[in-house]
Design a protein. Structure first.
Length: 304
């Protein structure tokens, strides 16, 4: 049997978009434990079963392997910080995250779109993980958008739909495209611009930029929304996606990623966006900007 590259396999598994959950239990001494997981699956309605897959690398692995009760909280849009806290290897996960104990004294994350209290039904070893099946004894649900994860970053349907919707005013839609340590640009290195087009008719933003890039001979995988902003003086709207290039684009021009800060971009707003992209890429901590060309908010996301 051929040896598989673990990093490449993890990226392939990450192509499947999932929700984000926090799985919790209590250790024998009563200490609450928990971890972030997207390996969550509904199994059965009769009896009501679900499963999660704790890994042997977890400090709380033995607690989950031997627990009699555990709980799952399906995180909501805006709970990226909760996910990051429980995904960290550092302690004190419950210190800064609001939670409420269920009937079995297991913490449930406040604000989650769904919460499930479970008794342990079965536990099966599967490689470097266990398949922990729980029988749902109680649950709660609220009407709120959930938090998604795929291709190494968070996303929400609400934000994606906002960017995909056909705007009611002139809109520029573009892409920040990487390949092998370089950034795809139009024109040349002396006057580079990001690949972009203007929306027309009833075409959504994602469809428009995908069609534009294809027409330019650029085979790309369009990623998540990176920036949505208006001209501070009114008028045009801008939507930018991240993307990766498949193969070599015959008509593509490139600049090294390290040259982004020194590049003369066509407008101060684009320069600011690209400076943020360069910094976030260096820190491996990305965000979605929503605002105008002068001020706005960055909603954190993560790549792994």
């Amino acid at each position: 049997m051929p040896t598989l590259d673990p990093k490449a396999l993890r990226k392939a598994f990450g192509s499947y978009m999932t929700g984000v959950t926090v799985v919790t239990a209590r250790a024998a001494d009563g200490t609450p434990v928990g971890f972030t997981a997207n390996s969550f699956t509904s199994v059965s309605l009769d009896p009501p079963l679900l499963l999660v897959c704790p890994g042997s690398h977890l400090s709380s692995f033995e607690t989950f392997r031997t627990c009699t009760h555990f709980a799952v909280s399906v995180l909501a849009e805006g709970q990226e910080d909760v996910s990051n806290t429980f995904g960290s290897s550092k302690g004190g996960r419950f210190d800064n995250v609001a939670s409420t104990a269920d009937a079995n004294s297991v913490p449930l994350s406040d604000g989650a779109v769904a919460q499930f209290s479970c008794t342990a039904h079965s536990c099966t070893t599967a490689g470097d993980h266990i398949i922990l099946v729980g029988q749902v004894t109680d649950f709660a649900r609220i009407e709120k958008p959930g938090l998604g994860y795929g291709h190494g970053g968070y996303f929400t349907l609400a934000k994606e739909r906002m960017a995909q919707a056909t705007p009611d005013r002139p809109t520029c839609v573009g892409a920040i495209i990487e390949q092998d340590g370089a950034l795809v640009v139009q024109n040349d290195a002396r006057a580079p611009t990001l690949p972009s087009t203007t929306l027309t008719g009833n075409t959504g933003a994602r469809s428009a930029i995908a069609a534009h890039l294809e027409a330019q001979g650029l085979a790309t995988d369009i990623g998540r929304v990176y920036s949505v902003f208006d001209d501070a003086n009114g008028g045009e709207k801008f939507i930018y996606f991240t993307a990766t290039l498949r193969g070599t684009g015959a008509k593509a021009q490139y600049i090294p990623l390290d040259d982004i800060p020194q590049t003369h971009w066509p407008s101060p707003a684009i320069a600011t966006m690209m400076a943020r992209y360069h910094q976030e890429r260096a820190n491996n901590q990305f965000g979605l900007y929503i605002g105008d060309s002068a001020a706005g908010d960055v909603h954190p996301e993560t790549r792994t």
